[in-house]
Design a protein around this ligand. Sequence first.
Ligand SMILES: NC(=O)c1ccc[n+]([C@@H]2O[C@H](COP(=O)([O-])OP(=O)(O)OC[C@H]3O[C@@H](n4cnc5c(N)ncnc54)[C@H](O)[C@@H]3O)[C@@H](O)[C@H]2O)c1
Length: 411
Amino acid sequence: MQAFEAVQQYFNKAADQLDMADSMRTVLLTPNREVRVQVTVERDNGMVDTFIGFRVQHNSARGPMKGGLRFHHEVDLDEVRALASLMTWKTAVVDIPYGGAKGGIAIRPREFSRVELERVTRKFIDAIHDVIGPDSDIPAPDMGSNAEVMAWIMNQYGKYHGFNPGVVTGKPVELYGLRGREEATGRGVGILTLKLLKRIGKNPIGCTIAVQGFGNVGLHAAKFLREADAKVVAISDVSGAYYDEAGLDIMHAIRYSNLHERSLKGYEGAELITNEELLELDVDVLIPAALGGVISEENAAQVKAPIIIEAANSPVTPAADAILDEKGVHVLPDILANAGGVTASYFEWVQNRQYYNWTLDRVRGELDRVLSQAFESTWELASQHKVSLRTAAFMLGIQRVAKAVTLGGVT
Ligand SMILES: NC(=O)c1ccc[n+]([C@@H]2O[C@H](COP(=O)([O-])OP(=O)(O)OC[C@H]3O[C@@H](n4cnc5c(N)ncnc54)[C@H](O)[C@@H]3O)[C@@H](O)[C@H]2O)c1
């Protein structure tokens, strides 16, 4: 199934619950603008290469559009379009004053030097600078891009429009970035996991947890939950999964990963299992925090965890979602589970507009407040309508966007 089609399916399920008119569904599903540009640069060896860059601005009814910029060879318009719409619902679920956007360049970033990537980034901004801006569309890091890329964007945008750090978020802390941005998505995953456990009457202390992916999101989620006295029994990365029934020493694993170029390869503190086996472990909470589509109709029936927290984007396919729903598994959907990242980005943008740096404590406190509110509203809707947390989160998001469209007027 195409990515946009999958999101549309979730959207329609929620819209049915809300009894939403077809005309409003069309308004909400139609992206405001889709930009496709040529990005031609000179390589270090003097050859010329051409790439395609995309920016999809999905909906601006609730504010400037916000979303990552992905550098990945499989980037295509359908995927960017789906991710842009997810950003619209995600920002609405956590009730921050943004709409959704997403961008990408179809490129294999690891095959390029730092200088070449800088050229690619600047060339892309040359092509789209007129349609982005702190009040219209604010990019952020995503797969394959990072804080340095954001610094180049800020600089290149400034050449056309003057200095304005709020044009992009996820910048280095030394250059108008936010303290705590790096941990925010994983920390948010942890905060929301505790909320969900509490709601279903389960004590987080000693609760068993498996986390797939030990990057920015998985690492911080595992760390936060370990600090909350949960028992993280499995972690993984592209090199494999590492399991210890008695609970892993997460700080030890983090130190190991930091000393080995952010890889767990060769980690000896645990039994080596496969990433597929990790997904089927008999644990209380499963947190897929690496790739999309890892829980599909092929393995959904074998998943034993009664709680799944979608830390990655779309780790559960729609077909698997139906199977899990049938089994009574609580799936906390990506548009809520990983919204800590965009929430912290919003704090960065506010900080940039105020020219006033927030403390880490303030960032953490506000993150907790925003995510807790979003969780409680979603839980309430799910209970009221007797629907899954995913449908409830979509209902909450699309309802808020529809309201803004109606209040603002469509013509
Ligand atoms: N970073 C954020 O703020 C943020 C926000 C929202 C959503 N997400 C989503 O969360 C996911 C993880 O993001 P991240 O920032 O942690 O990425 P990252 O690149 O920092 O880490 C990815 C991790 O996944 C592992 N991985 C890669 N391929 C794998 C495979 N085949 N099997 C198992 N593990 C594999 C990598 O080894 C690494 O440990 C992505 O889906 C991303 O889109 C991230």
